[in-house]
Design a protein around this ligand. Sequence first.
Ligand code: MG
Length: 397
Amino acid sequence: MIRTILHVDMDAFYAAVEQRDHPEYQGKPVVVGSDPKQGKGRGIVATCSYEARKFGVHSAQPISQAWKLCPHGIYVKPDMQKYARVSGHVMRILAEFTDLLEQVSIDEAFLDVTGSRRLFGTGVEIARKIKNRIHQNLNLTASVGVAQNKFIAKMASDLKKPDGLVVVEAGREKEFLEPLAIGRLWGVGQKTEAYLKSLGLVRIGQLADLPPGNSVSRMGRVGEHLLQLARGIDDRPVLPEEGFKSIGHEITFEQDTTDRELLERTLLELTERVAQRLRKNKACARTIAIKFREADFSTSSRRTTMDRPADTVEMIYPEAVKLMKSLLRKDVPVRLIGVHTGNLEMEDGDKQMSLYDRMPRNDRKLAAAMDAIVQRFGGNAITRAALVPSKKPSQNR
Ligand SMILES: [Mg+2]
């Protein structure tokens, strides 16, 4: 069955909320971010209004540069609590149309409405209803992409901002992508973009048409993934947070942090707890995911599938660190970090032997010993040397 996926993305979210709440800001360049301090400020732009974009201001730009480009702009400090409240309202509207709702950041979500079509109409009709509802209830605009997979829906929502609605019919994905610049491909960072351009690849269509055995596919798994996307192929499901059967832990830091050591130590602590819970539930995980929320509430996650199902820190932590490194952005403070495991294999009578076999022996013994101590004396009784915290993060759950 052909899926119908929507990607809903609020337009210039923080700035739009500020313009809505301050009519005197309307039609003016509004820059939400840190204090520009007359051009001497050191933070970055979180979001800016479309009027500010005309001057070359954009999100993630140093605020000092924004000031240079647009000194007469209205500079506003972010009010994250307010944006979180509005975001909650947006997500509740979206949830009325499907249970398969995956929030990707404070102002962005995927919806799988395949099963909702009978009730609410075609994908386009649902998209229109959502846009109207957001406009009527919140006096804000959203752009929506409608397609048969997440990747195309995401590309589509971005194409006609603000207040856009772009539909890509099933079967026309390749045609839709073909003229777009390679840098727009989801997941292509600056480094990869530079590499692809050095191969003479400028448009997504050129990447899609590479013959088998090309240099991009030789990049390994990442390359293969990019080639698939360039051809419009993406079968990743829309994953609602509760629907994903997983064992995980998350922590919100008392203060947003860029401290690498604190992050790694916290990650180890989280992994330790997750591994203990896996063992307690007699489960092994094949998939591990790291979740990151940055200071501006944008959330990203990355997952990997392990060769062998795992339930010890020794097996999970090295993968977790790799994933964390791929998500960390230099000098961008982290607000929340989480470790999740999925694709669980439950241990049953028949499988016990093979489960034992999957573990390197010493790991298994150490883990069993630690479990015994934890069971007797509680979770804080035993801890690896590197787990001893110096700055204590607050715990989410
Ligand atoms: Mg947005």
